[in-house]
Design a protein around this ligand. Sequence first.
Ligand code: SF4
Ligand code: SF4
Length: 267
Amino acid sequence: MPEKLRLGIFKFASCDGCQLSLLNAEEELLELAELVEFAHFPEASSRIDSGPYDLVLIEGSISTPEDLDRIQQIRRQTDTLVTIGACATAGGIQALRNGANHDEFMKLVYPHPEYLQSLATSTPISNHVSVDFELRGCPVDTGQLLQIISDKLHHRKFSVPDHSVCRDCKLQNIVCVSVARGIPCLGPLTQAGCGAICPRFHRGCYGCFGPCHQTNTDGLTDWLIKDGHASAELIPLFLNVNAEAPEFARTGAQLKRQDSAEGESDE
Ligand code: SF4
Ligand code: SF4
């Protein structure tokens, strides 16, 4: 019998939701256990084996001085490193502190911030070490996560669809929430992977899978504003879990400037 793939799963600043996507696989996990040695997966087992690993999955962003050292050590111990989820690929919701006053944020949240070691920014793993593949989502899709492990097992190139959520709506005959209900939706800009779950339940997409290939953010925001939406209404769609993804960061900043200008002209 061939040797099992040694898998390590590591957590940085995150909510554990992406690791739970793997635990949610349930039946497939039993099959996977025949082929994969879960050498480091503290979310699931107290048995922790040291590296080297064949594949490491990283959840979470770099947000403390300790993280800076730990991610370098992990990178040295693995052949392949894949980041999973919006925290690891784009800094996550905690990246909303980037560009804000970090000390003020700390004081607001913690009674004794002087005991905490925290960086002023939350950054994606790829800012610090080389990453072989980024799997998007908040949380990641269980099927895509299993696909990545299977790709590694079978020596295939990692790949997931990079078309938009909007196209998935069309393929599933989901009525457009923007056109039919006037709800602002980032489906045309957002990478597929969730099965268009929000529009299916009459909600607009807020981009949790991050920008898709070839986005036209200016075209969509111009259209939404002409359709009667205020800049302030659109800002939280761009500045949330993928706020540090460059396309969303640029558009969010642009909308903030527009919103301030609108406020000044109203005075
Ligand atoms: S990407 Fe979302 S689900 Fe995954 S760890 Fe971060 S906050 Fe949790
Ligand atoms: S529709 Fe958009 S916000 Fe909703 S799960 Fe999919 S990518 Fe995330």
